[in-house]
Design a protein around this ligand. Structure first.
Ligand SMILES: *Cc1c(COP(=O)(O)O)cnc(C)c1O
Length: 224
């Protein structure tokens, strides 16, 4: 296996080139190291390489790693979350990337001790296999969240389709950025919605060019 330091150097070079092309600063970007495929040892290696933010998509995998690593990392829950499992993880995670329904917001509000930073997951591409709200559902959803004071909407998250057509991928990211802009302009107290969680191993450079603030990288960072 290639060491994480080497993988990270390559990713950082690509990030800085994508930032150069789009007039952005790489320090505006948060790299989330997605460790769902790998061991605790490899996760620790990523943290020692300088990754401060770790993403997991299943309760079991998250809890196993959290029990070893604890608050030495910031924890991002990026998978779909069943309401009945909220209580197991909600006070341990730092950010939830997959808020997609009111019943989940209600459960978070009931179980969390403190306010929880959440991204709303949006299914921009409309693929049936993907979770998330349709773009036109997002604004009414946010307006319905005002009663859940523990739910704090910091941004929008999406996954682009896994295809080679760069322009199609780009249009998905662009649409999410436009939606973010329109929500942000409403200045909601409970939903500042300033961030964009988009871009994975195969498309993070396009996502950066389209305004991503949080990129979620698994295989290119801890795989190979
Ligand atoms: C697995 C996963 C990633 C990382 O995917 P890679 O292609 O391995 O970089 C990012 N986001 C979500 C939601 C994931 O489930």
């Amino acid at each position: 296996m290639v060491d994480v330091v080497t993988n990270l150097e390559k990713i950082k070079r690509n990030i800085s080139e994508a930032c150069g092309r789009s007039n952005r600063r790489s320090d505006e970007l948060t790299i989330i190291g997605v460790t769902k495929y790998v061991t605790i040892e490899r996760t620790v290696e990523a943290i020692e390489a300088g990754i401060e933010n770790i993403g997991e998509n299943r309760n079991e995998g998250f809890l196993e790693k959290y029990s070893e690593i604890g608050t030495k990392a910031k924890w991002h829950f990026i998978g779909s979350l069943q309401s009945r499992k909220v209580k197991d993880i909600i006070d341990k995670i730092d950010v939830l990337h997959s808020l997609d329904r009111l019943s989940l917001a209600k459960e978070i509000n009931k179980r969390a001790s403190n306010q929880v930073d959440c991204f709303i997951q949006v299914n921009v591409s409309g693929e049936e296999s993907k979770h998330g709200l349709a773009p036109e559902e997002v604004m009414p959803f946010i307006e319905n969240l005002t009663t859940y004071e523990k739910v704090h909407i910091i941004g929008l998250m999406t996954m682009a389709p896994h295809i080679d057509d760069e322009e199609k991928i780009r249009s998905v990211f662009r649409r999410l950025a436009e939606l973010r802009d329109s929500i942000q302009s409403k200045n909601y107290d409970h939903a500042p919605c300033s961030f964009l969680s988009m871009g994975m191993s195969n498309d993070y450079e396009i996502a950066i060019e389209e305004g991503a603030t949080h990129i979620r990288i698994g295989s290119n960072l801890v795989g190979n």
